[in-house]
Design a protein around this ligand. Structure first.
Ligand code: HPA
Ligand SMILES: [Zn+2]
Length: 358
């Protein structure tokens, strides 16, 4: 069930807002971000600062040289550089600094709630203890609540190019810090690593009361989305943009209000779509899907959440104030926050648009 109601007064307010005001409204409206890999928020400047602090030698001479290497042809070409960038993360303070930088940015972008993916195996496989990772991230999440007024939570992701046994090992190692993460996800190389590979470990996670989400239908076929739903019982589909190739799947996703965490700039940088003008976000919304906009790996893909929104709306003139409101509403509905909190954010959003149009 959708949590938001487009009342006649709200519809009139949204329809009265001229397109010229959209960029500012997109940036200032309250919203949630649900698809953000914290390692993908590591900016080149911070990579170099942490490399120096930790005595790590990078295979790039400068920030500019590193940034120049950010020319991707597909998901794997990005992941190779993304894992290399994460190699500077060694101490608890590094994980804190990375997450804090993102959360400060989120506060400045009027993100009231953020659910952050992290990839423990990227770090434990380099010898970094999992408690160093989780403690650093959790400290930033806690401080964001008290100092920034941003509600944030962590979602532990399993790397799907590794084995299910490795995922079980990671889950076991993380359980002493269970209170610091609300769920698990599935990321990394999608093609050739279907959700079915992780059916048993996801079942265990659900038994433990963890939320479960999975990347599916970014590069992978609609069949991977079916698997994520049927075998993993995923509560959201991360990306999911290829669902439109399967009309029966679209009907199923719409009927169940299954959220799709769409990431437009990521899709362009990884060549999932040729251009933002050709992105299927308007079609997803027209189909009644619970889609919202997210930044995925903002340090690598050319922009944080507000830039994703502004650039996407600029490229797709069929997106207007009604869609802005719908995307933010969907972001709250799809979050793992409690119902009372969602209702408060939704009321704030409705008031924001009513006031803007008054
Ligand atoms: O967009 C992504 N897809 C899959 N894995 C990832 N890990 C970081 N970003 C991504
Ligand atoms: Zn992602």
């Amino acid at each position: 069930m959708a949590i938001a109601t487009l009342t006649p007064a709200l519809a009139a307010a949204l329809d009265a807002l001229p397109a010229s005001r959209l960029p500012a409204l997109l940036c200032t409206m309250p919203k949630a971000e649900l698809h953000l890999h914290i390692e993908g928020s590591l900016e080149p400047e911070l990579i170099f600062r942490l490399a120096e602090r930790n005595g790590v030698t990078l295979p790039y001479a400068s920030v500019e040289a590193l940034r120049a290497a950010y020319a991707f042809t597909d998901l794997q070409s990005f992941l190779d550089i993304y894992y290399a960038g994460a190699s500077v993360l060694l101490q608890e303070a590094d994980f804190f600094d990375m997450a804090w930088a993102y959360l400060e940015k989120a506060a400045a972008e009027n993100i009231v709630h953020a659910e952050l993916f992290f990839d423990p195996q990227t770090h434990t496989d380099r010898g970094v203890p999992i408690d160093v990772v989780i403690r650093g991230l959790a400290r930033a999440v806690e401080r964001a609540r008290t100092e920034l007024g941003v509600s944030a939570a962590l979602i532990l992701c399993f790397l799907r190019h590794l084995s299910e046994a490795a995922a079980f090992g990671t889950l076991e190692a993380a359980l002493p810090w269970r209170e610091h993460f609300i769920g698990v996800g599935l990321d990394s190389s999608e093609l050739g690593h279907p959700p079915s590979k992780f059916e048993r470990v996801f079942a265990r996670c659900r038994e433990l009361g963890l939320h479960v989400v999975a990347h599916a239908g970014e590069e992978g076929p609609p069949a991977y989305i079916h698997e994520a739903l049927d075998l993993l019982h995923s509560e959201r589909i991360d990306h999911g943009v290829r669902c439109l190739e399967d009309p029966a799947l679209v009907q199923r996703l719409a009927a169940s209000r299954m959220p799709l965490t769409v990431c437009p700039l990521s899709n362009i940088k990884l060549c999932v779509f040729d251009s933002l003008a050709g992105h299927n976000l308007p079609a997803l919304l027209d189909a009644g899907l619970c889609a919202m906009v997210n930044s995925d790996d903002p340090a690598y893909f050319g922009g944080y959440l507000n830039q994703n929104l502004v650039e996407t709306f600029a490229a797709l003139p069929q997106l207007g104030a009604r869609q802005a409101w719908q995307l933010a509403s969907n972001s709250f509905e799809a979050s793992f926050a409690d119902a009372a909190e969602k209702a408060r954010w939704q009321a704030r959003l409705d008031t924001f648009f009513l006031t803007a149009a008054a």
